[in-house]
Write a protein that binds this ligand. Structure first.
Ligand code: SF4
Ligand code: SF4
Length: 122
């Protein structure tokens, strides 16, 4: 009887973990890295970005509206519409991963912080 109880518990955990893995798979496949919204590390990085004055500077004249930056952003920030209007991207959700900067084919985007600005000015 004890063995039966143990085996049924193992079966339950097996089904639960398989379901969780499938949920993760479909989440990543259809929503991208949406889990960044819920990961505590994302929240900590967002707070750091606020205090460091992190921003993505854009250059309106160079943006070819390819949308690669928006696709690459794990926090679903609309970088393209800011870039095509030459506006700076300042967003609390930004974790400063730099994916948008790296993937931009025309080098329209540039990552900076208050400290980096200060270093450049001095
Ligand atoms: S650095 Fe760029 S890609 Fe990364 S979170 Fe910030 S806006 Fe999105
Ligand atoms: S990746 Fe660069 S060129 Fe493409 S839409 Fe974004 S800012 Fe514009």
């Amino acid at each position: 009887m004890g063995n039966f109880h143990l085996i049924s518990q193992i079966e339950n955990y097996k089904y639960l973990s398989t379901e969780l893995l499938m949920m993760m798979f479909f989440w990543v496949a259809f929503i991208g890295r949406g889990y960044c919204y819920y990961c505590p590390l994302g929240t900590v990085l967002s707070l750091l970005s606020k205090f460091s004055g992190q921003r993505i500077i854009t250059n309106q004249s160079e943006c070819i509206k390819c949308n690669r930056c928006n696709i690459a952003c794990p926090r679903s920030i609309d970088i393209k519409s800011r870039a095509q209007n030459g506006k700076t991207v300042i967003n609390l959700r930004c974790v400063g991963c730099g994916h948008c900067v790296d993937i931009c084919p025309t080098k329209t985007l540039k990552y900076t912080t208050k400290f980096l600005n200060w270093v450049q000015e001095n």
